[in-house]
Design a protein around this ligand. Sequence first.
Ligand SMILES: [Zn+2]
Length: 286
Amino acid sequence: MPELPEVEALAAYLRERAVGRTVERFEVSSFSALKTYDPAPSAVAGLPITDAGRHGKFLDVSLGPDLHLIVHLARAGWLHYRDAFKSPAPLKPGSGPIAVRVRLDDGSGFDLTEAGTQKSLAAYLVRDPAQVPGVARLGPDALAVGRDEFAERIRSRKGQIKGVLTDQEVLAGIGNAYSDEILHVAKMSPFALTSKMTEDQITILYEATRQVETDAVARSVGQKAAELKGEKRAGMRVHARTGLPCPVCGDTVREVSFADKSLQYCPTCQTGGKPLADRRLSKLIR
Ligand SMILES: [Zn+2]
């Protein structure tokens, strides 16, 4: 799933490539992906793209003076920028992985695509980003908070740090992948309880969050949109590296299920050498 750094990179790419261009056509191929019906997609034609940014993991493309295309890419969604489209014909409904196509006046544009059968990419045309429920609920951006606000946000939720860090209402932008990286840099167990964290541990976690997210933004921005996904994987220390050696200590990276996903961690660096119990599995055995 694209997280803060990838969405930031997509926004930066759009600011460079698309801002100043005018929308020629806004085509919707997957009507389940577009969550709003007013204003209609046809209202976008003729509007200039005036800015691009993000709210947590939501991409925000500003259209004209007061319209926003807000996109949540979900697990398998992506934005593909095209210098030109092969055919001028409008998309047919249900055309494979393409959910939305935005054609611009210079012949370029972008597709919002989603791989796989589980379709959860969500696009919204709204006058105010806060009209999108997921945006309205967001906590402050993970890269916008200082140490004390970070501490206050983390302590506002009792639970395992892995779940609290990825809760978008606590801090916006951190997902499954970069939270694994942050906890590895902080040398912290993903199952550590926020209620038992010391002030020093919070400070270490804050610094790890800034380091991991700013490094990832720096790596991602400036890359071509098409290359971003590969770069995310290549820069990882433990995430999606089950069975590979930890780059810090050489121990084997392990995996354990967490909520409906899995997380990766290094036992030597993070849990005093002890493997974490797979709760889902032990529930089944009992
Ligand atoms: Zn290690």
